[in-house]
Write a protein that binds this ligand. Structure first.
Ligand code: GLV
Length: 328
C-alpha cells in the first residue's frame, strides 16, 4: 500500500530557533531563503501546491491567492497581528488562520517603553553627539528632554500589550489614562488606570502610546483632527501598526512643532524610506518594526506558528486560531 504523502508547507522566510527543523520531520518543507519577502508570483506559485503556509506580516494572503490554492488548509502567521490576511476569505474557504499572541506581550511592552524613554530623554541624539566628538564639557543646557516620572501616559487600547505598558508606567510613577472599547475595571483598580474618552486622552496626555490592532475601525484613528487636540509638546509612541496614524498629518504636526516628537516602530508604508520627512526630523525616533525582536520571543513565536500549523494539518483546532468557528 502507498503511504500518504506528507503535507506540503511553504515558509516565507527562515525563522529563528529550532521550530522549522521540527516541521521538517512531518512535512515536505520549502523555505524562502532570501532576506526580502518572496515576490507575489513566487508566493502564488507556492500557494498553488501548498497544504499549509507560514507567513509573516509582509506577506499578503487575500482572496486572489486563496482562489489559486486548492489544497490550502492553514495559514499560520508569525505575528500577533494578522492584518496581512483576509480572515473572512480564509474562513469562507475553510482555511484556518493562526497567530502568536501572548508570547510577545512583555517583549513588545519593553520596547514601547524603551522608545518612550529614548524619545523623552533623547538617548539616540545623545549617542550621536558623543560619537561625533561634540562632547566638550558638562553643559547645563545640553540635550534637555522631558521627564517621564510623574507625567501622564494615554494608552490607546488596553489589550495584553497595553496593560503590560501600563504596569511599566506605574513603576515610573506615571498617571495612566486609557481608551478602549470595553472598560477594564480590574485593571483600573489593580494599576490605578482611568478610562477616559478620546478627547480627554488627547488633551491630557504628555505621552500617547498606541496598542490597537489595525482594522477598519482603527485605520487613521489618529488623524489631523485628533493630532490638533493633543497637548502641545506631547510625544507619540507607536508600536502597533503604521496606518493607525495618518502619517502625512503626523509629519505636519511634528514639523510645525505642535507635537514634541514621535517614536515609531511601525510606519506606513514599511519599510520607511530614508528620504521620507519622518527620517529627517530630529524629534523622531525610528525603529524597523522590531518591538517583539528578542532572541527568546522570536524563537517562541516561530515555535507557536509551527504548533498552529501542525494542529490544523492534523484536522485539530490550532492552539491560537483566529477563526475558531471552523472547528466547532
Ligand atoms: C508584530 O507586529 C506582530 O503583530 O506580532
Amino acid at each position: 500500500m502507498q503511504r500518504p504523502k506528507p503535507p506540503r508547507v511553504f515558509v516565507t522566510r527562515q525563522l529563528p530557533g529550532e521550530a522549522l527543523a521540527r516541521l521538517g520531520a512531518f512535512t515536505t518543507l520549502r523555505v524562502w531563503e532570501q532576506p526580502l519577502p518572496p515576490p507575489r508570483e513566487v508566493l502564488l506559485a507556492e500557494a498553488r501546491e501548498a497544504d499549509g503556509l507560514i507567513t509573516l506580516l509582509t506577506d499578503r494572503v487575500d482572496e486572489p491567492l486563496l482562489a489559486e490554492a486548492p489544497h490550502l488548509r492553514v495559514v499560520s502567521n508569525v505575528a500577533v497581528g494578522y492584518d496581512n490576511i483576509d480572515v473572512a476569505a480564509c474562513t469562507a474557504r475553510r482555511v484556518a488562520v493562526g497567530n502568536t499572541p501572548g508570547v510577545l506581550t512583555e517583549t513588545t511592552a519593553d520596547f514601547a517603553f524603551a522608545l518612550l524613554l529614548g524619545l523623552a530623554r533623547r538617548v539616540v541624539e545623545a549617542d550621536a553627539y558623543v560619537r561625533a566628538g561634540r562632547w566638550k564639557t558638562w553643559d547645563p543646557s545640553l540635550l534637555l528632554g522631558v521627564d517621564v516620572h510623574g507625567a501622564t501616559l494615554g494608552l490607546v487600547g488596553l489589550g495584553a500589550i497595553g496593560a503590560a505598558v501600563a504596569r511599566r508606567a506605574r513603576g515610573f510613577g506615571m498617571r495612566v489614562l486609557y481608551v478602549n472599547r470595553r472598560a477594564k475595571p480590574e485593571l483600573e483598580s489593580e494599576l490605578g488606570l482611568e478610562r477616559v474618552d478620546k478627547a480627554t486622552l488627547m488633551a491630557e496626555s504628555d505621552f500617547v502610546s498606541l496598542h490597537v490592532a489595525l482594522c477598519d475601525e482603527t485605520r487613521h484613528w489618529l488623524g489631523r483632527e485628533e493630532l490638533a487636540t493633543m497637548k502641545p509638546g506631547a510625544l507619540l509612541v507607536n508600536t502597533a501598526r503604521g496606518p493607525v496614524v495618518d502619517q502625512a498629518a503626523l509629519e505636519e504636526a511634528l514639523a510645525s512643532g505642535h507635537l514634541g516628537g514621535a517614536a515609531l516602530d511601525v510606519t506606513d508604508p514599511e519599510p520607511l524610506s530614508a528620504d521620507s520627512l519622518l527620517s529627517k526630523l530630529p524629534n523622531v525616533l525610528l525603529a524597523p518594526h522590531i518591538a517583539s525582536a528578542s532572541h527568546s520571543t522570536r524563537g517562541r513565536m516561530a515555535s507557536m506558528a509551527v504548533d498552529n500549523l501542525l494542529a490544523a494539518l492534523e484536522g485539530r483546532k490550532p492552539p491560537h486560531c483566529v477563526n475558531p468557528e471552523l472547528f466547532p
